[in-house]
Design a protein around this ligand. Sequence first.
Ligand SMILES: [Zn+2]
Length: 243
Amino acid sequence: MDGFKNPEIVSNRLKDMRSLREQIPKMPCIRCGEVYRGYEENFICSSCLERERRIRDNEIQRRRVVKHLLEESGVPKRYRGAELKPIGENQIRVVEYFRENFIYKENIDKSTDILIFGSIGTGKTYLSCGFAIEFIKKRLLDVKYTTEYQLLNLFFMKRYSEFEKFRDSTVLIVDEIGKRELVDWQKIQLEELFSHRYNEMLPTIYITNLLQAQFKRFIGERLVDRLKENSIKSFGFGGDSLR
Ligand SMILES: [Zn+2]
């Protein structure tokens, strides 16, 4: 033990240790290229490992959010695999607008409402569900799909908290508007819901099999004025049925 007190011995020991260390090969981290000494092949340094762990955790978290939003979206089972892939001119225009108006727009408050009208079987539902799925995956925000009937039925069944989830969703898609004649309370509820969304600056996608003029008659003068004020964007889906 006395040897440790001798400066010469200490310095020799240190030299030995240094030379031993220098015998260990230099290994670059295969991620960042930083060189360390070690024997490990395909070596990854601790800061790269840490960064990769964080990315992995974020991805797990992101998937969890997407899964939850999809489950809550109301997109029917049949359309869970729907993609935002347009067929034909009409659909291309709608898809471009969906992306421009919702997916790339930073502030959803500034998104306009959309009306899609056209005969049954022209792919309106498929495309809007495809949009909902893409919107959730890209923006991690909630969008809900429902039909006029489902909405009014929630209200009728006094399932108000579910009704409110639709009413207050960031983007709401209401399909099959005007499919049947509505009685007064239904008209009032529907108008209230659309007005609420208008006032809260929550964009709505209206889908109907009615012609544009019929649709306007159906939802009433007051709402039509508001939609115009909100510079609603209309798209007509005509042409041959996809079914
Ligand atoms: Zn590294």
